[in-house]
Design a protein around this ligand. Structure first.
Ligand SMILES: [Zn+2]
Ligand SMILES: [Zn+2]
Length: 274
C-alpha cells in the first residue's frame, strides 16, 4: 500500500521481462515488478551481468529476490555464485541440479531446493517450475506469475512434452527457445556427435520445431513470444523470427508481439499491464 495525497492506493505495477542476453555463451533473464525482481539463470560473469543491468534503465535500483536456475550447464550458471553474493539474491534449484552446480562450483553452498510441479513464492512472484526434456540433471522451465499475469520461460529443451505445452498455453508472455536452423546445423563444421546431441530429444528446439510448438501453445491469452537461445553459428535472428512469424500468421495471430533475444546485448523489455 502506498500513501498518495493522503489517500491510500494499491500499488500495482506493470510486469516486465528483460532478457539480458541469451545463447550458448550465456543466458540471463530478469522478470521484474516495480523494484522487485527475480533472475532466471546467471550465465554471464557477475561483472558482465551488472554491466547489462545498468544498460537497462527500468532495472535501475531493482532488488533481486532470488536467482532461479533452469539447469547446471555452464551457459546458465557461470556467474551464479558471484551474482548471488553481489545481488544478495538466494539461489533456487532442484536437488539434482544443485548437485550438478556444486560439481562445477563447489564453493556454492546455500541453495534453496524445490521439486518440479510444486509451487512457491518469492516476494510478489508465484513460481511454478515444470520439467523439461534436456540432457542435464532434472532441468526445469518456470512459470512466474504476479497479479493476473503469467510469464513462461522454456529454453534448452529437445521437444515439448504435453506438460510443457500445458504450462505455456496459459501464459501472457512466453520466453521460448528457437535454437537452430536445421540446414545451418547440418552444414556447420561441428563434430557429428555434437550435432546429434543438439537434434536429440534432450537437445534443443529447431526453428521449425519452435514454430510447430507455437501452433499448440498460442492461446487467446498469448500476447508476447520472446525467442531465445538462438545459436550464433547455426541460426540467425532473422531466420528464427521468420519461421515463428509464419506460424503466427497462419494462426491469424499477428497481434502477438514476436521478438528475438541476442547473445551480445539485452533485448528491449516486454511489459504486461503497461
Ligand atoms: Zn543453454
Ligand atoms: Zn543446456
Amino acid at each position: 500500500m502506498m500513501e498518495e495525497n493522503g489517500a491510500s492506493v494499491q500499488e500495482r505495477c506493470p510486469l516486465g521481462v528483460t532478457i539480458l542476453g541469451s545463447g550458448s555463451k550465456g543466458n540471463c533473464t530478469v522478470v521484474h515488478y516495480g523494484r522487485q525482481a527475480v533472475m532466471i539463470d546467471a550465465g554471464f560473469s557477475c561483472r558482465e551481468t551488472q554491466r547489462r543491468i545498468k544498460e537497462c534503465p527500468c532495472l535501475d535500483d531493482v532488488e533481486f529476490q532470488g536467482i532461479l536456475v533452469t539447469h547446471e550447464h555452464v551457459d546458465h550458471i557461470s556467474g551464479l555464485r558471484l551474482c548471488s553474493q553481489k545481488l544478495e539474491a538466494p539461489i533456487y534449484a532442484t536437488l539434482p541440479c544443485t548437485r550438478g552446480i556444486r560439481k562445477k562450483d563447489p564453493k556454492i553452498t546455500q541453495v534453496a531446493n524445490f521439486v518440479a510441479g510444486g509451487r512457491f513464492t518469492i516476494g510478489p512472484f508465484t513460481i511454478t517450475p515444470f520439467n523439461i526434456p534436456h540432457d542435464a540433471n532434472d532441468p526445469v522451465g518456470y512459470i512466474i506469475s504476479v497479479d493476473e499475469w503469467r510469464v513462461g520461460v522454456a529454453t534448452d529443451l529437445g521437444y515439448a512434452s504435453s506438460s510443457v505445452e500445458y504450462q505455456l498455453r496459459e501464459c501472457d508472455t512466453v520466453v521460448l527457445e528457437s535454437n537452430h536452423d536445421m540446414n545451418m546445423l547440418a552444414a556447420c563444421n561441428r563434430p557429428w556427435g555434437t550435432k546429434q546431441r543438439i537434434m536429440s530429444r534432450e537437445g534443443h528446439l529447431s526453428n521449425v520445431s519452435t514454430a510447430q510448438l507455437l501452433e499448440r501453445i498460442v492461446s487467446a491469452r498469448t500476447k508476447n513470444i520472446m525467442l531465445a537461445h538462438i545459436s550464433m553459428d547455426c541460426n540467425t535472428q532473422e531466420k528464427a523470427l521468420e519461421c515463428s512469424g509464419q506460424a503466427l500468421s497462419a494462426l491469424h495471430r499477428n497481434d502477438v508481439a514476436l521478438t528475438a533475444a541476442r547473445q551480445d546485448t539485452p533485448l528491449e523489455t516486454v511489459w504486461l499491464g503497461k
